[in-house]
Design a binder for this molecule. Structure first.
Ligand SMILES: [Zn+2]
Length: 198
């Protein structure tokens, strides 16, 4: 449609999640009109995020060191692990201030349609964290949609026989959506009202 760099930019932006062709075009022309310094800051941030941000070797959350801020904080409760799909879910739960334990980021959810099976997620790493008797409760906070439910069911079946209490967030979250779409109060309530999975 357009020539050279402008079209390349539209194509690149269009590959981002949630950005359709129209939005890609709008962002491209916004950037074209923006101040050079602003665009340079954005570009250097993009490069920095790839070079500097790593994933925590314990929980899989984004980190700037070998372990993330939460795993390095010895005031956190070591007996509870909250299992989420993505790092953004950690942020959503932290915002509720209901949880003082640690997290485990799976890196997605089981989804046969998308070809994502249990082996594609950080489930082996989770089970390894349960090998000593430190952890007494696993809170399954996967998204309230089909894939999230399937993942929670799968994990509960694996973990319950290990003698660890497995809980799931209470209902009341917007069904079919992402955890992050719930407001703090709703998510906080779902968290404190979590129920044991049998
Ligand atoms: Zn961590």
């Amino acid at each position: 449609m357009y020539e050279g760099a402008v079209q390349d930019l539209i194509d690149e932006l269009g590959r981002l999640p949630g950005v359709g062709p129209k939005s890609a075009q709008r962002i491209a022309f916004y950037l074209l009109a923006a101040e050079g310094a602003d665009v340079e800051r954005l570009a250097s941030t993009l490069v920095r995020v790839k070079n500097e941000v790593r994933f925590c070797i314990i929980c899989g959350n984004v980190a700037e060191a070998e372990t993330c801020r939460i795993c390095s904080d010895d005031r956190r409760d070591l007996t509870r692990i909250c299992v989420v799909e993505e790092p953004k879910d950690v942020v959503a739960i932290e915002r509720t201030r209901e949880f003082r334990g640690r997290y485990h980021v799976l890196g997605g959810a089981i989804s046969p349609i998308d070809g994502v099976g249990p082996d594609d997620l950080r489930i082996r790493e989770l089970l390894a964290r349960l090998s000593d008797d430190t952890v007494t409760e696993i809170i399954l906070a996967t998204d309230p949609n089909l894939e999230g439910e399937a993942t929670a069911t799968y994990l509960a079946r694996m973990i319950s026989p290990m003698g660890i209490t497995v809980t799931r967030l209470a209902s009341g979250l917007p069904v079919g959506g992402d955890l992050e779409y719930a407001d703090e109060v709703t998510l906080g309530r779902a968290f404190s009202g979590r129920r044991k999975v049998d």
